[in-house]
Design a protein. Structure first.
Length: 220
C-alpha cells in the first residue's frame, strides 16, 4: 500500500490518500476544505477511489465533500453514531468553518467492521469522545493507524464539543466525553503493536509505543 497526505492549511488538517499500487484502488480519508487540490492529486496519481472514509464529521474534515460528490459521487463512509453529526451543521461545526454542510453518508459502519480496498483490510475502531461516532482505521498487515482527532503526537483530541442526540436513545452525556476518549485510547489503541505508525488528523505522525510512554494525557 502507498500512502501520502495533503495538508489543508486553513486548519492544518491532514487528508490521507491510501492505495494499492498494483490495482491503484484506494481511499481518501477526511477530505478537508480543499476540494480542487484533493481531486487533482487523485487524478495526478491515477487513484481509483473506492470510497471516502471519515474518522469523524467535523467541518475541517468534511469540507471538500459537497464539491467532490458533485463531480465524482464517490461513496462516503462513516460510523453509525456519526450520522446525526453529519446531518447537523451545528454539531459538525461546518457553519463556523466552511459554510453549511449537511448530508447522510452512503456507507454506515459499526465498530470492528472491515473495509477492504485493493489488497488492504482496514478495521474500524470506534473511539468516541472527540465526537460520538469518531473512529480510527487500522491496517494490521502494514501496522498503520489513521487516528483522526482521537490521538495526536503527545496529545489527544478535544472533548468539549456537545454531543447531538442519537436516534433510538443511543448515546451518552457530553460530560462523559473525556473519560470515553481516554478509555478508547488506553483500551483500544494502546492494545495495538508498539510499532504501529499513527497518522493523525492534524500535525505529524507518531507511534503507539511512543504515546504509551510519553503522552501526558494517557499513559499505557
Amino acid at each position: 500500500m502507498k500512502l501520502f497526505k495533503h495538508v489543508v492549511r486553513s486548519m492544518d488538517q491532514n487528508v490521507y490518500f491510501y492505495y494499492d499500487e498494483s490495482t491503484m484502488e484506494g481511499i481518501v480519508i477526511d477530505p478537508g476544505n480543499d476540494a480542487k487540490k484533493i481531486m487533482s492529486l487523485v487524478e495526478e496519481n491515477g487513484i481509483k477511489v473506492k470510497a471516502i472514509l471519515l474518522t469523524h464529521g467535523h467541518g475541517d474534515h468534511i469540507g471538500a465533500i459537497p464539491e467532490i460528490k458533485e463531480k465524482y459521487n464517490w461513496p462516503v463512509a462513516a460510523h453509525r453514531w456519526e450520522v446525526p453529526v453529519l446531518a447537523d451543521e451545528r454539531a459538525n461545526l461546518s457553519s463556523m468553518i466552511t459554510g453549511k454542510i449537511e448530508f447522510t453518508p452512503d456507507i454506515i459502519f459499526e465498530d470492528d467492521d472491515t473495509f477492504e480496498v485493493g489488497g488492504c483490510k482496514l478495521k474500524v475502531i470506534h473511539t468516541p469522545g472527540h465526537t460520538i461516532g469518531g473512529v480510527c482505521f487500522y491496517d494490521n498487515e502494514n501496522k498503520v493507524l489513521f487516528a483522526g482527532d482521537t490521538l495526536f503526537y503527545a496529545s489527544v483530541g478535544r472533548t468539549d464539543f456537545p454531543n447531538p442526540p442519537v436516534k433510538g436513545g443511543i448515546g451518552y452525556p457530553a460530560s462523559e466525553n473525556f473519560d470515553r476518549l481516554m478509555s478508547s485510547i488506553k483500551n483500544k489503541l494502546y492494545a495495538l503493536p508498539d510499532e504501529t505508525v499513527v497518522y493523525t488528523g492534524h500535525g505529524g505522525e507518531t507511534r503507539i509505543g511512543f504515546e504509551k510512554k510519553f503522552n501526558p494525557f494517557v499513559k499505557g
